[in-house]
Design a protein around this ligand. Structure first.
Ligand code: PHE
Length: 448
């Protein structure tokens, strides 16, 4: 088991915020949020998602960081060190490892799709092409298993290379430039989208809740996504928190990362649905949504060539900074707990996750007809984690924080500034957050 003295730490507060934001902001915001919002009918889904971020996401976020920070250890040992040797709470760590492996396996496949679209942007395949042609482009990638596996390999290789270097200082420098650039580019696209005829309908679709559209499964998907998008419920934030020096302030970081993450998702959603309603596309068309809508927009904006290259490069980078936080959970555990060196661990972990991801990659072609529990491997990996393992893990982490670590931990998090805030945190972690998740899980299971 590791001791605090041998561990690396973030070089400063900004480095940590960038890393946490890098983990949170990714495909979840730009690819997944818009498409599941479309599938679930819009406003009511968004409202549940926003409430979940506030009520469930924020307290669990701060709990995870605190557990990691206090333990200065990987996702499994963190529970042992903050509780006692042999504690059954270790199981939460193991669940987290499982989630990390399964999420990264399909995340890397979608990361590969993004790389394919970087290539298409560079070779100028959007500007001057018809909407129909653009709509079919992801389909041509799906029809080519070899090409998909190659991009999947490149994406995973990139994540492995970065994790290999440990708490990479280089990454910090890049994040400092690229994350704000992504944000600015999204704002510019938002301005362009505001001039599209479908902009008003997009806002209405996203922000007017029609409760009758919401199903039990939809509510669970919104809860699950609030975990997915903030990288919660599986130990990424425990692991990142473990590289924080003890005593460093947590709440402001949590608020800023959650606010930024939510804002980026909403902006991406607004842009994408403006295109959907302007060009008569299907809001509920599923995982292909981002890959069909945005290139259509790029084909119509001035400097579309450069905009598309920049956009897909930035999304690839955002996806990469999320992927490394997933891989880091597994690698840190294996290297630290089993005393292995980092290099081989990265190779074995990354290689195995790549192989598992092949099942998801082939779900769009060779294995399209193979269903487990009625789902393709790709959907199974996504649903199993987002709609089950992450909510479950998050609920357990909240209970651990609230009941095992208790009021003293909450006081430490709040820094003794407000008794009321500490009480609110403890009781949200003890009862409110776990109960909300439990009710929604049971309700969805009953309907399923
Ligand atoms: N939060 C990341 C995203 O939105 C995905 C992720 C989930 C990363 C869980 C780490 C852990 O893209």
């Amino acid at each position: 088991m590791a001791t605090a003295s041998v561990r690396a730490h973030w070089s400063n507060r900004l480095a940590f915020i960038l890393a946490a934001a890098g983990s949170a902001v990714g495909l979840g915001n730009i690819w997944k949020f818009p498409y599941i919002t479309g599938v679930n009918g819009g406003g009511a889904f968004v409202a549940v998602y926003l409430v979940c971020i506030l009520v469930v996401g924020l307290p669990i976020f701060v709990s995870e960081l605190y557990v990691g920070q206090r333990a200065q250890a990987n996702v499994v040992d963190a529970f042992v060190l903050t509780h006692r040797p042999g504690t059954p709470w270790r199981v939460v760590g193991w669940l987290g490892l499982l989630s990390a492996v399964v999420i990264l396996s399909f995340y890397s496949v979608v990361g590969g799709w993004v790389l394919d679209f970087v290539m298409r942007s560079v070779t100028n395949q959007f500007v001057g092409h018809s909407d129909e042609e653009i709509k079919g482009m992801l389909g041509t990638l799906f029809a080519s298993p070899g090409r998909q596996l190659l991009w999947h390999a490149l994406f995973m290789g990139g994540a492995m290379a970065i994790v290999q270097q440990g708490l990479a200082a280089g990454l910090e420098r890049w994040s400092r430039i690229l994350m704000p650039t992504l944000f600015v580019l999204l704002l510019l696209l938002l301005v362009r989208a505001a001039f599209l005829p479908g902009f008003g309908r997009a806002l209405e679709f996203l922000f007017t809740p029609h409760t009758e559209q919401l199903t039990a499964a939809g509510i669970l998907e919104a809860v699950g996504h609030s975990f997915f998008t903030l990288s919660l419920g599986m130990g990424a934030m425990i692991t990142y928190g473990s590289y924080l020096r003890t005593g460093q302030e947590l709440t402001r970081t949590v608020f800023s990362v959650a606010a930024l993450d939510t804002l980026i998702a909403l902006v991406a959603g607004t842009i994408i649905f403006s295109v959907v309603f302007s060009f008569g596309l299907e809001a509920g068309s599923g995982p292909t949504l981002m890959f069909q809508t945005l290139p259509m927009l790029f084909a119509k904006v001035p400097g579309g060539y450069f905009v598309s290259v920049a956009f897909f490069l930035l999304v690839a980078f955002a996806a990469l900074t999320s992927a490394i936080s997933l891989l880091e959970v597994v690698v840190t555990y294996w290297a630290e707990h089993h005393g292995k060196s980092r290099g081989p661990t990265v190779l074995v972990a990354g290689g195995s996750i790549y192989l598992l991801g092949i099942l998801s990659a082939l779900s769009t072609n060779l294995l399209e007809g193979v269903k487990v529990l009625g789902l393709t491997f790709f959907d199974l990996a996504d649903k199993l984690t987002s709609s089950l393992l992450l909510p479950l893990g998050g609920m357990l982490i909240a209970l651990f924080f609230g009941w095992v670590l208790g009021p003293r931990a909450a006081d430490e998090v709040i820094g003794g500034r407000s008794r009321a805030a500490a009480l609110l945190l403890v009781w949200t972690a003890r009862v409110l957050a776990p109960l909300a998740v439990l009710v929604i899980l049971i309700n969805a299971l009953r309907n399923w």
